[in-house]
Design a binder for this molecule. Structure first.
Ligand code: FRU
Length: 469
């Protein structure tokens, strides 16, 4: 892979895995974000040979959705990360319009990437190839080319291979759109990662009587969790409901029984995975100790993204924190991984009237809040969390005009844990039964204040920075 010499020095350095320091007040202190350009989906999340690897969709050339490469970070503990040289660039005929999302596997000790080569034609149509690349001794990746062309019966929107091994066989789920423009998840099987046999549609429109399930399903991920199977995926085109699926593109999960013998997934209803403003295209992996860990992209293409102030500093979007998944009582639970507790400074406690609580530093904070009454948390006059007996209302000023945009989580809130970085909040409700992830762009220094006459109990920590080494 040759990095064009006309590209700026900062880009050349980042491509080679050399860190850069950003001075933007909104650049995260402890979340992963691109130092230049646009980052979207997490890709190739894997624990391999003693380290975690996380790749990401990356346009290093600007803050828009063009020229998708795979960036690469690695970490020993999912907390301190380091840059690795860029893994993939769209420099072949079969991936010329983007090395789109995919996954990574350990194939007999070789770190192997499975990704989509996206190809667009002048008439507006497109095709997609599922492709492989393997790590070489220098730490870079050699492309092996396409292993699966576009299947018949689908449009050019077939992508995002998530591959795993079971009983000596490889399996792959793909997001797809059929010729009637309905979203699907396809399943394939292979003995060697090179030759793939179709096993049919396992989810989407018409499967298990699901109707009106949108026009395209992206980024599927199927895995076993606490004795059940969970399919995470991103159906585009779901009808917006008053309190659900409010984002342009939502992320969802469903659970059920997946049978390898007849490749059938009997699943229940779709549920929203995150009720905040920014959450999409999550991917999971197994941690060294068997925990199922999820990282999502804290960005949704909602038309406002071009207005985000970080674009002036040459970068846009960030990842969520890594979250541990569990399945209990029919619910998918997400909680921040315990490793993140390393970031906590001294524990502090406060009990009293909300309005007289201390103002907290919003830029690097974790807090747990308990109350029996309604309370409002004001994040730097830019984002507001209102908690009452009905649930949570999250409000944010539009970047476009003075309109206030709202997201909801409905239900009785018994516990609330909030993780804050310089331009993001992640709200974990009832030990992860609900999550609301959102970006916001406060002035600095940014403070969190509590409003209302209710008595609240706070436990909180300032968080250390864990910028990429
Ligand atoms: C999801 C997605 C994927 C695709 C990638 C391209 O955000 O649209 O379906 O592979 O982004 O960057």
């Amino acid at each position: 892979m040759t990095i064009p010499s006309r590209w700026p020095a900062v880009l050349q350095a980042v491509m080679k895995g050399q860190p850069q320091t950003l001075t933007d007040d909104h650049y995260p202190q402890w979340h992963l974000a691109p130092v230049i350009g646009l980052m979207n989906d997490p890709n190739g999340f894997i624990w391999f040979a003693g380290r975690y690897h996380l790749f990401y969709q990356w346009n290093p050339l600007g803050c828009d959705h063009r020229y998708k490469c795979w960036g690469h970070w690695s970490s020993a503990d999912l907390v301190q990360w380091q840059h690795e040289p860029m893994a993939l660039m769209p420099d072949e005929e079969y991936d010329r319009n983007g090395c789109y999302s995919g996954s990574a596997v350990d194939n007999q000790g070789v770190l192997t990437l499975c990704y989509t080569g996206n190809v667009k034609f002048d008439d507006g149509s497109r095709t997609a190839w599922q492709c492989l690349a393997v790590q070489n001794e220098a730490g870079g990746f050699d492309k092996l080319g396409p292993v699966l062309p576009l299947p018949e019966g689908y449009t050019g929107h077939v992508r995002d291979p998530k591959v795993w091994q079971h009983d000596g066989q490889w399996y792959m789920v793909l997001g797809a759109q059929d010729l009637q423009k309905r979203g699907k998840v396809l399943l394939y099987q292979s003995a060697d990662l090179h030759s793939w046999q179709p096993l049919g549609e396992i989810a989407g429109h018409g499967v298990n009587d699901l109707a009106d399930a949108g026009y395209m399903w992206e980024c599927p991920d199927l895995f076993e969790l606490d004795g059940t199977h969970v399919l995470i995926c991103c159906p585009q085109g779901l009808a917006r409901e008053p309190h659900r699926y409010r984002n342009t593109y939502p992320s969802t999960w469903m659970s059920g029984d997946f049978h390898y013998d007849d490749a059938k997934f009997e699943h229940g209803a779709l549920h929203e995975l995150d009720a905040g403003f920014e959450f999409y295209a999550p991917q999971t992996t197994l941690a060294a100790d068997g925990r199922r860990i999820l990282i999502g992209w804290m960005g949704v293409p909602d038309g406002e993204e071009v207005l985000q102030p970080t674009c002036e500093h040459g970068w846009i979007h960030q990842m969520t924190c890594p979250r541990e998944l569990h399945f209990r009582d029919g619910k998918l639970l997400q909680t921040p991984i315990r490793e993140l507790q390393q970031l906590r400074e001294e524990e502090q406690n406060w009990h009293g009237n909300a309005a007289s609580a201390p103002a907290l530093d919003a830029g690097r904070l974790e807090f747990e809040l308990k109350t029996d009454a309604a309370v409002k948390v004001n994040f730097a006059d830019t984002l507001w969390l209102s908690l009452d007996e009905k649930g949570i209302r999250l409000e944010r000023k539009s970047l476009r005009n003075d309109e206030i945009l709202t997201r909801y989580w409905n239900g009785k809130v018994t516990s609330l844990r909030v993780l804050c970085d310089r331009s993001s909040v992640e709200i974990f409700i009832n030990e992860g039964e609900g999550v609301m992830s959102s970006r916001y762009f406060p002035g600095h220094p940014a403070q969190i204040r509590f409003e209302g006459a209710s008595v609240i109990t706070l436990r909180y920590w300032l968080l250390r920075a864990s910028m990429i080494e």
